[in-house]
Design a protein around this ligand. Structure first.
Ligand SMILES: Nc1ncnc2c1ncn2[C@@H]1O[C@H](COP(=O)(O)OP(=O)(O)OP(=O)(O)O)[C@@H](O)[C@H]1O
Ligand SMILES: [Mg+2]
Length: 219
């Protein structure tokens, strides 16, 4: 059974691509058949994959935007049948209609949120549209928040936490703002493939995330 994990948030620059690529690299290194689908017309995840050395554990990339331009058949937009983990990166400012199509087949929805007031406010509104207003059907899906580029417990975070508690959505991991994420994305690798002190320090939070994912849907 394929496990489909979608990274979503209407807000740009919150870490969707960073987390999507790191997760894909993490699973590929475990020897798990992994695919990475990029819905972003900017193709950041696909671009990352292009920088990935051929000696690294392979990840199957699907560039939705360019495939659509070529009017390719639907099956070419889907991961290979033997894929175990399918990671889906989505663009900022995504419309409800497209979001609905992406979320429908997904098992898990991960929402990265940065810690500025404005980011938290936008994310709260996004979650509200998603869950409270029910514009996108999410019944039966696992939903988790990832606090990204965190350096301290701000009051904005406290209010986000309260909001999430009310909706019973877990804050699964807190990733630090760290240069190692930028190094990883620039070199087509994941945080787990970096031999850096800073990357090791992040391990604990990634373990929390992958353990949660495993609990929600065992591989
Ligand atoms: N934890 C982090 N520490 C340091 N830099 C980070 C971190 N997370 C993301 N970044 C950087 O912030 C920028 C935006 O991140 P990313 O591209 O992952 O966001 P995104 O949600 O995919 O953006 P978009 O909505 O434009 O697709 C990138 O330059 C990335 O390297
Ligand atoms: Mg992106």
């Amino acid at each position: 059974m394929m496990n489909r994990i979608a990274l979503v948030n209407m807000k740009g620059g919150c870490g969707k691509t960073t987390i999507a690529t790191c997760l894909a690299a993490y699973y590929a290194n475990k020897g798990i058949k992994t695919s990475l689908t990029d819905y972003d017309p900017q193709g950041s995840s696909i671009n990352w994959l292009k920088h990935r050395g051929i000696n690294r554990p392979a990840i199957h990339g699907i560039d939705i935007a360019s495939q659509k331009r070529l009017a390719n058949l639907a099956w070419q937009l889907r991961p290979p049948l033997d894929t175990k983990i399918s990671i889906i990166d989505t663009p900022a400012g995504i419309e409800s209609e497209q979001l609905r199509k992406i979320i429908a087949p997904s098992d898990t929805i991960l929402i990265p949120v940065m810690q500025s007031q404005i980011d938290i406010r936008t994310a709260t509104r996004f979650i509200e549209i998603l869950l409270v207003q029910g514009r996108v059907r999410v019944t039966g899906k696992n939903i988790g928040i990832i606090a990204n580029r965190v350096y301290s417990h701000t009051s904005a975070y406290k209010s986000l936490k309260k909001f999430l508690m009310r909706l019973d959505i877990p804050l699964v991991a807190r990733l630090r703002s760290a240069q190692c994420y930028i190094n990883a994305i620039d070199n087509g690798i994941g945080i787990h493939e970096l031999n850096e002190e800073q990357a090791f320090k992040e391990q604990y939070q990634w373990d929390k995330l992958t353990t949660w994912l495993e609990e929600k849907k065992p591989l």
